[in-house]
Design a protein around this ligand. Structure first.
Ligand SMILES: C[S@@+](CC[C@H](N)C(=O)[O-])C[C@H]1O[C@@H](n2cnc3c(N)ncnc32)[C@H](O)[C@@H]1O
Length: 149
């Protein structure tokens, strides 16, 4: 069972780490709870996922792909599973900062190698990488990056 505090903890982290961000894409946001937590902190958030049962938030009911037009200045994902790698690649394509809390991989890789793989991918794409752990149970590591200038 994932920790119910994860949305507030991650939203707080995002607000602190990216104070200049205003428009956020929340990828694989499920029912929109991270959207609510970020919106409470003054951000304009669009969630991408396919849940019909969800909070009343700005919601793009579709899978997020690299072809999505860019209308954000930060891209984030809490336990985004199959969308995790896409978030890093999308951020690279549009020169955006990103923050992800990885959980399951998209290729059967166990957790630790998966996180290592994502960190290498981000570094190859020219990101300066941060690695933070949220004070919660379960998959709590945050990889976050900004493009090297
Ligand atoms: C483990 S759930 C996490 C949901 C939510 N972030 C949370 O923490 O409760 C993974 C979610 O990823 C979504 N997902 C996977 N690939 C996606 C994609 N390409 N675009 C949007 N959502 C995706 C699934 O539909 C599912 O809701």
């Amino acid at each position: 069972m994932a920790d119910k505090r994860r949305f507030d903890l991650f939203a707080e982290f995002v607000r602190r780490e990216f104070p200049d961000a205003h428009r956020v894409f929340d990828i694989a946001g499920g029912m929109g709870k991270l959207n609510l937590a970020l919106t409470d902190r003054g951000l304009a958030v669009t969630t991408f996922d396919r849940r019909w049962k969800r909070a009343d938030v700005r919601y793009a009911e579709r899978l997020f792909t690299l072809e999505e037009p860019c209308a954000c200045d930060l891209v984030v994902g809490m336990h985004p599973d199959g969308a995790t790698r896409i978030i890093v690649e999308y951020a690279a394509r549009h020169d955006l900062p990103f923050a992800i809390v990885p959980c399951c991989s998209d290729n059967g890789m166990p957790y630790k190698p998966w996180v290592r793989h994502l960190a290498e991918l981000a570094t190859q794409h020219g990101f300066d990488l941060g690695d933070t752990t949220l004070p919660m149970q379960g998959r709590a590591r945050v990889l976050h990056g900004r493009r090297r200038r």
